[in-house]
Design a protein around this ligand. Structure first.
Ligand code: NAG
Ligand code: NAG
Length: 749
C-alpha cells in the first residue's frame, strides 16, 4: 500500500527518468511485415474517399455486418467482411454560412472550416447518431441505416439536425470521447468556441442536461478526453456508473514542479440529477483519481503520464472488465510508450479511499482526515447502499463536500504494479489500443493490437510471468498497415470475423487478426511464434481450432517450447546445398537472415574433405552480422560447408547450407576471360563456372573493379520472407574492392 500512497501526491522531484530504463533497447517484433507484403499476401484491404481526409470515427456493427466511418464531410458504410466491397458514402458538408462564419473567426477555410465527423453511435434499430465539428459549429444528425437489409441504406435528413454543442468538439484537432447509454449521450468535450470550457456532459434523452462545475480547476484542468465507458456496479441498474478516462494538468503538482500532465479516471452515477440548492444541473457524484503507469526504479519511478487510449475488454461478469491503456511520456529526455492494465476493483478502491484535500491556497494537498458526510460522495442514490432515491435529496453538507473534493488521494496502480509492455527509443509512440481474448490450447490469452503514430500496428500477447497477476507482453508482429506513416487515429476489432479495422488521416485499413502461414513452414517456427490464433496441424501453421483433435493442433503459447511439441516432426523442409564462390584474399558474404527478428544466427563450418564441424566465432576475418557472415581475407582452406542455424529460445533450426569454394586469383581471371569470349549461352545445362560468370557484372560498382555474383536462387520459401528480401540487392559481393587494400584487393576484370 506504501506505493499507492506515495504515488498519490506528486513529489517535487523530477519523475521522468530512472535508472534501469536509461539503457533500455526497443523490443523487436518476431515478424515485421511491410505495407506491400500485407497487401500482396495477407489480404490487407484499404478504403479511402476521394479528396477526403481524417478518418477518425469507426463503428463496428456486427448485426448489420457494416463498418461505419466518420471522416471529413462524410459518413461511409462499408462491408465488415471486406471494406473495399459494397461501400456506400453519404456527403455531409457544413453549410456555406457556417463555413464563412468559421473563416471570419480566423480559422482556415480549407483545413478547419469543414464538417469533421467525430462521433458515431448506434442509436436505435434504424438510426445512428452522428456528430461533427460543422465548421466550428458542432452539429449532430440521425443517420438512417435501415434494419438488416440486403441493400444497405445510408440517409440523412438535413432539415432534422441537432445541436452538437457539448457532444462534438469545435476544433477538428480535438478528440471526442463519448458513450451512448439508452437515449442519453455522455461526453467529455470542450463546449465552447475558444476550446476552454471543458466539460463532462450528459445530453439528449428526457432528463435535463448535466455538466461539471465550470471553470473550477479542481474538477477539470485543461483535460484531453480519451474514452468513456458505462460499467455496472451491481445487479441494480441504479448503481450504474459512467467512467471517463482523460489526461489533464495536475492541480496537485507543487509549484516547483511546474506544469505536469497526469492521467485520470473519473466517475459519475448514471442516475445523478444534480443538487437541489447547490450544484444545480451539475454532477453531484463526480470523482476522479490519478491513473498511474510507471516503472519502479531505485532513483524514483519512470512515469508514462500521457494517457492516449483505453480499451475495455469485457469479461463474463460485466462489472469487472479489464482496462488496457496506452500511455506515452511527456519527457523531453526520452521517447517511450507503455501499456498498463487496470482492474475495475482497483479503480473502485481508489474512489472508496481517502479524499484529497487542500486547506487553502498556500497549503499542500493532503489526505482528508476529517469526517466524511453521509451518504459518502461518489455513491449513487440507490437501495443497495442507502435510502436516498435521488441526488436532489442529498443533504447540503454532502453536496458541499462533493463540490470541494472531486479528487481522490490514492492513485490507481496497474496490475502487477508496472507496465505490461513498454517500448523506449523505438522511434514511434503508441496512440491506440484494441484487445481480443483468445482461447488457446493451454488457456485464454489477451492479444493486444497497438496503433502507433507512424501508421503501424503492433501485435502483442500477454503471457503470465511469475505469480498472478503478473504478466508480460511479447511483441509478435509489427504491421505497416498504411502506405504513409500517419498516426493511427482509431481502431476497432471484430472478434467474430477475426478482423481489425484501423483508421488514420489518410485511409481506413482492414487486416486479419492472424497470418499463421507467415509464421513459418516448420512445426518449430509455428510453435516459437506463440501466436494463440495459430497452431501446427501436422503439415502447416494454420488457424487454431479449439475443437480439432489434439494431435492436429500443436501449440504452446505459455512457453513457446518446440522441443516436446515438435519432436518427431518429419515435415521440416530439407535444406538444399548452395554453391558460393570467393577469391583468395578477397571476401565473401554468406547471407542468412532468419524470418524471426528475435532469433540469432549461429554458423558452423566443415572444412572440405573433413568430417569435424566447428562453430564459427567472431574474429577479425569473420564478422557475424544480422544478415549473414562476412569472411575477409579468404584463404584456400576456408573452402568448405557453412551451415547457418537460427537459435531462438534455445531452440536451433538449420536455415541454410552454403558450400564455399575459394578460387585463386588466376583461376577467377581465367574464368572471366572464358566468359567474355563465349557466345551467348545456349539453353540447357551449363558448366558450373558458366553459371557463375553469367552473373558477373563487368566493371560494375562505379568503375571499380569488382567481382560480384548473384546468390543462387533460393529454394521454395513462403511469400512473406521472399518479398522481404525483394528490393534489396540480391547480389552477393564476393570481393570488396577497396583502395586501401593494395594490389591484393580484387581480381582484375
Ligand atoms: C475485397 O473486395 C475487392 C473489391 O471487390 C476485391 O478486389 C478483393 O479481392 C476483396 N478481398 C477479399 C480478401 O475478399
Ligand atoms: C430511431 O430514432 C430516429 C430518430 O429519433 C427516429 O426517427 C426513428 O423512428 C427511430 N426508430 C425506431 C425503430 O425507433
Amino acid at each position: 500500500m506504501g506505493r499507492a500512497e506515495a504515488a498519490a501526491m506528486i513529489p517535487g522531484l523530477a519523475l521522468l527518468w530512472a535508472a534501469g530504463l536509461g539503457d533500455a533497447v526497443p523490443s523487436l517484433p518476431r515478424l515485421r511485415l511491410s505495407f506491400q507484403e500485407l497487401q500482396a499476401w495477407h489480404g490487407l484491404r484499404t478504403f479511402r474517399l476521394e479528396r477526403t481526409c481524417c478518418y477518425e470515427a469507426l463503428l463496428v456493427d456486427e448485426e448489420r455486418g457494416r463498418l461505419f466511418v466518420g471522416a471529413e464531410n462524410h459518413v461511409a458504410s462499408l462491408g465488415l467482411d471486406n471494406i473495399s466491397k459494397r461501400a456506400k458514402k453519404l456527403a455531409w458538408p457544413a453549410p456555406v454560412e457556417w463555413r464563412e462564419e468559421c473563416n471570419w473567426a480566423g480559422k482556415d477555410i480549407g483545413t478547419e472550416c469543414m464538417n469533421f465527423v467525430k462521433l458515431l453511435h448506434v442509436y436505435n434499430h434504424t438510426h445512428l447518431l452522428a456528430c461533427g465539428t460543422g465548421a466550428f459549429h458542432p452539429t449532430c444528425a440521425f443517420v438512417e441505416v435501415g434494419h438488416r437489409l440486403e441493400e444497405p441504406i445510408l440517409r440523412l435528413d438535413p432539415r432534422r439536425l441537432e445541436d452538437g454543442k457539448g457532444k462534438s468538439p469545435y476544433d477538428p484537432s480535438h478528440r471526442a470521447a463519448s458513450v451512448l447509454v439508452g437515449e442519453e449521450l455522455y461526453s467529455g468535450v470542450a463546449a465552447d468556441l475558444m476550446g476552454r470550457d471543458f466539460t463532462i456532459f450528459r445530453s439528449l434523452g428526457q432528463r435535463p442536461s448535466l455538466r461539471t462545475e465550470p471553470h473550477d480547476s479542481r474538477w477539470l484542468n485543461e483535460p484531453k478526453f480519451v474514452k468513456v465507458f458505462w460499467i455496472p456496479e451491481s445487479e441494480n441498474p441504479d448503481d450504474d456508473k459512467i467512467y471517463f478516462f482523460f489526461r489533464e494538468s495536475a492541480v496537485e503538482a507543487s509549484p516547483a514542479t511546474g506544469r505536469l500532465t497526469v492521467s485520470r479516471v473519473g466517475q459519475i452515477c448514471r442516475n445523478d440529477l444534480g443538487g437541489q440548492r447547490s450544484l444545480v444541473n451539475k454532477w453531484a457524484t463526480f470523482l476522479k483519481a490519478r491513473l498511474v503507469c510507471s516503472v519502479p526504479g531505485v532513483e524514483g519511478d519512470t512515469h508514462f503520464d500521457q494517457l492516449q487510449d483505453v480499451f475495455l475488454l469485457s469479461s463474463r461478469d460485466r462489472r469487472t472488465p479489464l482496462l488496457y491503456a496506452v500511455f506515452s511520456t511527456s519527457s523531453g529526455i526520452f521517447q517511450g510508450s507503455a501499456v498498463c492494465v487496470y482492474n475495475m476493483n482497483d479503480v473502485r478502491r481508489a474512489f472508496l479511499g481517502p479524499f484529497a484535500h487542500k486547506e487553502g491556497p498556500t497549503h499542500q494537498w493532503v489526505s482528508y482526515q476529517g469526517r466524511v458526510p453521509y451518504p459518502r460522495p461518489g455513491m449513487c442514490p440507490s437501495k443497495t447502499f442507502g435510502t436516498f432515491s435521488s441526488t436532489k435529496d442529498f443533504p447540503d453538507d454532502v453536496i458541499q463536500f462533493a463540490r470541494n473534493h472531486p479528487l481522490m488521494y490514492n492513485s490507481v496502480l496497474p496490475m502487477g504494479g508496472r507496465p505490461l509492455f513498454l517500448q523506449v527509443g523505438a522511434g514511434y509512440t503508441f496512440t491506440q489500443i484494441a484487445a481480443d481474448r483468445v482461447a488457446a490450447a493451454d488457456g485464454h490469452y489477451d492479444v493486444l493490437f497497438i496503433g502507433t503514430d507512424v501508421g503501424t500496428v503492433l501485435k502483442v500477447i500477454s503471457v503470465p510471468k511469475g505469480s498472478w497477476p503478473s504478466s508480460e507482453g511479447l511483441l509478435l508482429e509489427e504491421l505497416q498497415v498504411f502506405e504513409d506513416s500517419t498516426p493511427v487515429t482509431s481502431m476497432q476489432i471484430s472478434s467474430k470475423r477475426h478482423q481489425l479495422y484501423v483508421a488514420s488521416r489518410s485511409a481506413v485499413a482492414q487486416i486479419s487478426l492472424h497470418r499463421c502461414a507467415a509464421l513459418g513452414r516448420a512445426c518449430a517456427e509455428c510453435c516459437l511464434a506463440r501466436d494463440p490464433y495459430c497452431a501446427w496441424d501436422g503439415s502447416s501453421c494454420t488457424r487454431f481450432q479449439p475443437t480439432a483433435k489434439r494431435r492436429f493442433r500443436r501449440q504452446d503459447i505459455r512457453n513457446g517450447d518446440p522441443s516436446t511439441l515438435c519432436s518427431g516432426d518429419s515435415s521440416r523442409p530439407t535444406l538444399l546445398e548452395r554453391k558460393v564462390f570467393g577469391v583468395e584474399g578477397g571476401s565473401a558474404f554468406l547471407e542468412c537472415e532468419p524470418r524471426s527478428l528475435q532469433a540469432h544466427v549461429e554458423w558452423t563450418f566443415q572444412r572440405a574433405g573433413e568430417v569435424a564441424h566447428t562453430q564459427v566465432l567472431a574474429a577479425e576475418s569473420a564478422e557475424l552480422t544480422t544478415r549473414g557472415l562476412l569472411l575477409r581475407s579468404l584463404r584456400r582452406q576456408d573452402s568448405g560447408v557453412y551451415l547457418c542455424a537460427a537459435v531462438e529460445q534455445g531452440f536451433s533450426q538449420p536455415l541454410r547450407r552454403l558450400a564455399l569454394h575459394v578460387l585463386s586469383a588466376a583461376q577467377a581471371e581465367r574464368l572471366a576471360r572464358a566468359e567474355e569470349a563465349a557466345p551467348p549461352a545456349p539453353p540447357g545445362p551449363k558448366l558450373w563456372y558458366r553459371d557463375f560468370l553469367q552473373l558477373v557484372e563487368p566493371g560494375g560498382g562505379g568503375g571499380a573493379n569488382s567481382l560480384r555474383m548473384c546468390r543462387p536462387q533460393p529454394g521454395p520459401r513462403p511469400a512473406a520472407s521472399e518479398s522481404r528480401r525483394k528490393g534489396r540487392n540480391r547480389r552477393m559481393h564476393l570481393s570488396e574492392p577497396r583502395a586501401d587494400r593494395g594490389p591484393r584487393s580484387a581480381a582484375h576484370w
